[in-house]
Design a protein around this ligand. Structure first.
Ligand SMILES: Cc1ncc(COP(=O)(O)O)c(C=O)c1O
Length: 424
């Protein structure tokens, strides 16, 4: 595409503020202006994608692992739905909207829409699993030393309340097999659950979840995956992985509105993971006088009460936006950027890269340390270059984490690399 043509298209995009809401005829194509040809190797294409975000150019934003920036199309869909609902003062909660939003999410995650429940964030999904599983005193749970607070505190609360036992392993960034071996060594007759991240928050390491799932099944142990750092980053199929439950947020790599999340529960686990917070929409009929209650036949049983429908509609639009680019293409871009950074940082003598060298285990988050500067001082130094990084103290890692997503580019990474070189 020629530059003038590109700029015209961009102007058209910016002018196109009347974006559709879920349920309208154009739902399947949330961006009404023509797109350039989708080519993950074409910088022009990614420049076009960048115009879809209000995210400021003043500062390079490398913290998608903390919070994703939403594109205009998502923000406008939320606003439009809110305007629509406020005019009639209705909740907007109905089966059709739920199906329309859950369908693209189910496609993205490789599961059935009946296996998905809306949550406010990943933490809420983790709590549903943690408090819903029939775990009692002495039952053992295996997890890592690199958990985010969200996959630590709920299990610690269960330890305090019920007396479950938490057994930890430190993820090895050198060998996938070593992680399987470390888990294997912790398994006893009392192990009931493995609760690990699909991708760690610390070094962005992608754990060998399919093999761990096979191991768990062979020992009759449940497997829960914290998917906060993988949903929307790269393609995978939850049915193929074979985990029992998976919790993710909509507001990181999926680029959805803030306070959106999703919980996947494998169908066969519906009666094992008990819904503990319940109310309107959790049931499939009840009678208070007779003392009867049937839970909803789907994972909707984990949802309850009045919710913010515009946010959920926005999440559906965010996923449709990612699907329009193609999640394979998103991953190609994220991986091209993170590999560039990984290689450049690896060549700086005073830098120690903590993310796995093995390509298959490395995600779009690269974590590193400076051999002379404490990570918070390095972060402050990089702030002066207008670079938003994320400090990682979890697991005693004490490094800086750089997330690369579809709104980032190689020039920003060059700025970061120069900033790192000039530190210390
Ligand atoms: C691995 C992991 N799990 C859970 C969370 C918490 O996500 P949320 O704030 O959506 O509950 C995060 C957030 O950074 C995370 O990195």
């Amino acid at each position: 595409m020629k530059r003038e043509e590109f700029l015209r298209t961009v102007a058209g995009v910016v002018a196109a503020t009347s974006l559709p809401t879920i349920g309208s005829a154009s739902t399947k194509d949330p961006i009404s202006v023509p797109w350039p040809a989708i080519d993950p190797t074409d910088e022009y294409f990614w420049k076009f994608v960048r115009t879809q975000f209000p995210l400021t150019h003043d500062r390079a934003y490398f913290n998608t692992g903390g919070l994703g920036a939403s594109p205009y199309v998502v923000i406008d869909a939320v606003k439009a739905k809110m305007d629509e609902l406020e005019k009639i003062s209705e909740t907007g909660h109905n089966d059709q909207v739920w199906r329309e939003v859950k369908t693209p999410i189910a496609q993205l995650l490789g599961c059935d829409l009946e296996e998905l429940a809306f949550m406010r964030n990943a933490t809420e999904g983790i709590n549903v699993v943690c408090n819903g599983l029939p775990l009692k005193k002495g039952d053992e749970i295996i997890t890592t030393t690199h958990e985010h607070v969200a996959n630590s505190v709920p299990w610690l609360a269960l330890l305090k309340r019920e007396g479950v036992v938490i057994r930890l392993f430190e993820p090895s960034t050198f060998s996938a097999q070593e992680n399987i071996d470390r888990i294997q060594k912790l398994i006893t007759r009392k192990t009931r659950l493995i609760s690990i991240p699909h991708g760690t928050t610390t070094t962005g390491q992608v754990l060998p979840v399919k093999e761990i799932s096979k191991l768990a099944k062979s020992k009759n142990i449940w497997l829960f995956l914290d998917g906060a750092q993988t949903a929307g980053m790269f393609p995978f199929d939850l049915h193929d992985i074979g985990c029992d439950a998976y919790a993710a947020c909509g507001h990181k790599w999926m680029l959805g509105p803030k306070e959106t999340g999703i919980l996947y529960v494998r169908k066969e686990m519906f009666d094992v993971i008990q819904p503990k917070f319940v109310g309107a929409y959790s049931d499939n009929g009840f009678d208070l006088a007779r003392g009867t209650l049937a839970f909803h036949p789907s994972a909707q049983r984990y949802e309850y009460g009045t919710v913010n429908v515009p946010l959920r509609v926005g999440l559906g639009v965010a996923v449709t936006f990612l699907q329009k680019i193609g999640l394979e293409n998103v991953w190609k871009r994220d991986k091209a950027l993170s590999t560039y950074l990984f290689n450049a940082l690896s060549q700086i003598p005073q830098i120690k890269v903590l993310s796995p060298a093995n390509d298959a285990e490395r995600s779009a988050m690269i974590t590193f340390q400076h051999t002379k500067l404490p990570f918070l001082e390095l972060q402050q130094h990089l702030n002066t270059f207008k670079l938003r990084t994320r400090g990682v103290s979890e697991g005693g890692v004490n490094g800086l984490r750089i997330s690369t997503h579809i709104y980032n580019n190689f020039e920003e990474l060059d700025r970061l690399i120069e900033g790192v070189k000039s530190a210390g």
